[in-house]
Design a protein around this ligand. Structure first.
Ligand SMILES: Cc1ncc(COP(=O)(O)O)c(C=O)c1O
Length: 470
């Protein structure tokens, strides 16, 4: 009995009834042979070597082949029948059960849960994820990790990643810090989570100002976490700091480099006003640097951290640059917040997966992130240019185009933005009505994510969308 089985139809072998089995019990102590045989059969069923319907050798045959008692084989077969791995076919023998049949049977009602992140216009193209380079970095990181790395890690994150981030944020965003002040998070979402935990513990309730319009997901998450959310108006120069001053917010979440979703850049005097607000009130600025890597027509903007490192949490993630599925982000925090934020992180999840962190550290250290960004920036710039060209056939105002993975298209006054967003989604855009991001009413618009639309499809999609707008 030496050959693996091949197909369900292969029911007869040179040895007679039942497929041949490539099993070896050589060297297995007598007392463990039943366990070993059962394990081997389970493994072959699980990995598909033994497919549903495959008939097994008779107990007599198998016992003979392995020099074990027939009773032992019978008891193993009975055990696997009881587990549902095998079926006893009465007179015709024992075969592998059709587990797929059982699994597909509607034995339990489905449980639907709400999606955490809906159709988001800022998503990168998942087809551009650098699988090979990521795999290489992962293999290298795994080989290099010391044994100690497989214990619980330090709650702020894997030190080599914090070092890599220190270098990366220093050279790309002007963030001057050290590893002590960097925390690795499960994306920007967890940054918000632990900020709220920290303020709730310190002040009883977190009061967090957000941009209006601003990230709908962030506002919903903050509310869900029990924070009081205070919307502050955004105009053509970014967040209105005078309005922020009239609130009692302990922290404000801003997107200065490319305001989400309008795409405006926070004007220089507003950047200074904002840091002055933080200095004079003790408030904290949470800078969400969500798509800073993708800028097309201008030099990178320095993080607000450079203006006031003790008042700014400079946060970011790889959700745009690599993939939101990695759930990897970071925050560079003011000194007095680091211990509380680290405690909140530790109590949330005892730390982010070290293997994933180590992979990103290697990915950054070997220059793969820079190469990936150069490559994808070119792809996204071309898609953006094509879309702007396509939308240029109309008089509609297009804004927020200098960076990121989406733009804003102003709609004629009486448009149904919800319906048009749905139409745009059918055309392949990641689209939402601008109202979705507003806390107070405003003129209709569409937030159009173009990152995942192949260049050749953009002309016709833009034309069809303009047609629908009328
Ligand atoms: C404004 C904004 N900030 C941050 C993020 C990223 O969140 P995370 O890092 O948790 O994936 C997104 C995701 O779409 C976003 O739209």
């Amino acid at each position: 009995v030496n050959r693996a089985s091949r197909a369900p139809s292969e029911k007869t072998t040179s040895r007679g009834r039942g497929t041949e089995l490539d099993l070896s019990l050589d060297g297995v102590p007598r007392g463990r042979r039943a366990l070993s045989l059962a394990d081997a059969l389970r493994r072959r069923i699980a990995d598909g070597t033994l497919r549903p319907g495959t008939q097994l050798p008779s107990s007599r045959q198998l016992a003979h082949d392995h020099g074990v008692s027939r009773g032992l084989v019978v008891s193993v077969y009975e055990q696997l029948v009881a587990e549902g791995h095998l079926t006893a076919d009465g007179g015709s023998g024992t075969s592998v059960a059709d587990l797929t049949h059982d699994l597909s049977a509607p034995r339990r009602a489905r449980i639907e849960v709400p999606a955490v992140a809906g159709m988001n216009p800022g998503q990168p193209d998942p087809a551009l994820f650098p699988r090979r380079e990521w795999q290489r970095a992962g293999q290298r990181a795994l080989a290099d990790l010391p044994d100690l790395a497989f214990a619980y890690g330090e709650p702020r994150g894997h030190l080599p990643l914090r070092s890599a981030l220190r270098g990366y944020l220093g050279r790309t965003r002007g963030v001057d810090t050290d590893e002590d002040r960097i925390l690795v998070t499960s994306g920007f979402a967890q940054c918000l989570n632990i900020v709220v935990q920290t303020f709730t513990r310190r002040e009883g309730r977190a009061v967090i100002a957000v941009e209006d319009p601003g990230s709908a997901g962030a506002a919903a998450q903050l509310t869900w976490l029990g924070a009081r959310v205070v919307p502050v108006r955004v105009d053509g120069r970014g967040i209105d700091v005078a309005e922020l001053r009239r609130t009692d917010a302990q922290a404000v979440v801003v997107t200065p480099a490319h305001q989400y979703p309008t795409g405006v850049t926070l004007a220089s005097e507003r950047r200074h006003e904002l840091v002055d607000w933080a200095r004079s009130t003790g408030g904290v600025i949470v800078e969400d640097d969500y798509d800073a890597e993708y800028r097309y027509d201008r030099a990178p903007l320095t993080s607000l951290h450079a203006l006031g490192s003790q008042h700014v949490i400079a946060a970011g993630s790889v959700s745009k640059s690599l993939s939101p599925s990695l759930r990897l982000g970071w925050m560079v925090a003011p000194d007095d917040l680091v211990p509380d934020l680290a405690a909140a992180k530790a109590n949330a999840d005892l730390g982010t997966s070290v293997l994933t962190q180590a992979t990103l550290a290697t990915f950054i250290d070997v220059g793969a992130l820079d190469r990936h960004l150069r490559r994808t920036r070119t792809v996204y710039r071309r898609r953006r240019d094509r879309l702007i060209h396509g939308l240029g056939a109309s008089e509609l105002d297009v804004s927020g185009i200098a960076a990121g993975l989406h733009l804003v298209l102003a709609l004629p006054p009486s448009s149904d933005a919800g319906e048009l967003a749905e139409h745009a989604r059918r055309l392949g855009f990641a689209a939402q009505p601008l109202d979705r991001y507003r806390h107070r009413p405003g003129p209709p618009g569409l937030v159009l994510g173009y990152a995942a639309l192949p260049e050749h499809a953009i002309d016709s999609a833009a034309a069809a969308l303009l047609d629908a707008i009328g």
